[in-house]
Ligand binder design. Sequence first.
Ligand code: ZN
Length: 293
Amino acid sequence: MSRRPPQEPAAGGPGPHGAATRAPRRGLAGVPPILLGVGGVHAAALAGVLAAPAAWPWALGAALGSHALVTALSLTPRTRLLGPNLTRLPPAHAARGEVALTIDDGPEPRVTPAVLDLLDAHGAKASFFCIGARVARHPELAREIVRRGHRVENHSARHRHDFALLGPRGYRAELAAGQALIQAATGVAPTYFRAPAGFRNPWCWPALLDADLRLASWTRRGFDTRERDPARVLRRLSRGLAAGDILLLHDGHGAAGSHDGAVVLRVLPDLLALLRERSLRAVALPVPPEGHA
Ligand SMILES: [Zn+2]
């Protein structure tokens, strides 16, 4: 009988190197530390006002300050203060010279098939963070992504622009619907979730635990949704590029490019050639996420 190896990194908090880990949901254990901190500030402020009513401006200032901090963190995609967040591949993958390609906002029939052909031509794999509603519109394309050996991951059900403002119920609904739509189309449940634009508030974390999803952001991104010059996108992705990086491009919502179609299609050939030149291998995000498979 084989024993299950111990989980690494330890459950319950952000692991080393940005590994996304799961936390047990027991009492306050499922609440992001930042929410506990904000709750503590409010409790202390209330206690302060009760003990010394004249101190109310200080108490109000502390409460408002803690809200401002949470707002700032919500607009910081790579922060781990709102819960575990994968920003780089686990060390074992970096040691193998792997770089993760992640491609967001599809599937898009005018772009995704050409992206798949480019990846095939270079023997590259990628994780596609797809929008649930788009997967429901183009289920055959989502299946094709999986058939070619890539992963379809959860990029929410509708890619709401107010995603960072949702409450616990809104997060649960967006994540669960995205999960159900993708699984219905591809037969595979996503392992990772990425928030629209990376923006989310502390209530996202409990919803991630409910849906059995790990949050993934990126190491560097090309800003190809608004940058029409592929050379600039490539420069952003390749400056400081190293094994273990997670790169972000878009097949949906992408900048149209000046004449030759979607920017991602003009960046990928050079990016994939550059990776090969540097002996780096383009891969999807590891499943299982601990990366010991
Ligand atoms: Zn997106």
